[in-house]
Design a protein around this ligand. Structure first.
Ligand code: FES
Length: 227
């Protein structure tokens, strides 16, 4: 899809957030912006970023190919990332990945023929305390197993939006990419989802119960349901 004048206006809005003379610092959100338009970072997107930022296409490509969040092939509406790194693998992450891969008939970095769902093996998603985890468009589904993960993906295939364990309600990959470019999520309740859960503070709770001194003397209250 050609990048439009609207994309150019949004790009200049991003660039204006950075000090004059440092527009190249806007590259990361700019890459998310072009990805929101095209479903991946296309060669046209690379050229667009280079032109707007006054840098070379080689410099843009070097960044775009370094970070796994920038895709070189179009992603479906739903990017399903299954962590198969150590903590998750030990607790069944590989089984989760294998089930979803069999359900969808696709492998790593592949998209279903209807263009709806892209599957990927993910490195540590920084949620080892909830292992095994998967994300859909970077929203967390914690402590899944092959059956529960399969149900989540089935719901996506039915056109539903299952509720993540924590964080914002699901939005499409294009919408998520636009948010990552720094534009707000206008949906009601978009930032009202559950935050930290009990596994994240389990050690602190034990320390608190055992009256172990904590750094700065801070006491941690147990999370309440829905917080
Ligand atoms: S190993 Fe899976 S979230 Fe860290």
């Amino acid at each position: 899809m050609p990048l439009t004048e609207e994309t150019r206006v949004a790009a200049r809005d991003i660039i204006a957030r950075y000090p004059q003379g440092r527009s190249r610092s806007a590259l990361l959100p700019m890459l998310h912006l072009v990805q929101a338009e095209d479903g991946c970072v296309t060669s046209e997107g690379v050229e667009f970023c280079a032109t707007e930022l006054g840098i070379t296409q080689a410099e843009v490509s070097a960044v775009a190919t370094f970070y796994t969040m920038y895709k070189r092939r179009p992603v479906g509406d739903w990017l399903v990332s299954v962590c198969t790194n150590l903590s998750c693998a030990l607790l069944g992450g590989e089984d989760v990945y294998a089930r979803i891969s069999a359900d969808l008939g696709v492998g790593h970095d592949q998209t279903t023929p209807d263009g709806a769902i892209t599957l990927e093996h993910a490195e540590c998603l920084a949620a080892c305390d909830y292992a095994p985890v998967m994300t859909v468009n970077y929203e967390f589904f914690d402590q899944v197993d092959a059956d529960s993960a399969s149900e989540i993906v089935d719901a996506l295939r039915r056109g539903e939006r299952p509720t993540p364990t924590r964080g914002a309600p699901l939005c499409t990959f294009a919408e998520a990419s636009r948010q990552l470019a720094g534009f707000p999520d206008p949906r009601p309740g978009a930032v009202a989802g559950p935050g930290v859960g009990e596994p994240s503070v389990a050690g602190l709770l034990v320390a608190d119960a055992e009256a172990v001194a904590q750094a700065g003397g801070t006491q941690v209250d147990p999370p309440t349901k829905g917080s």
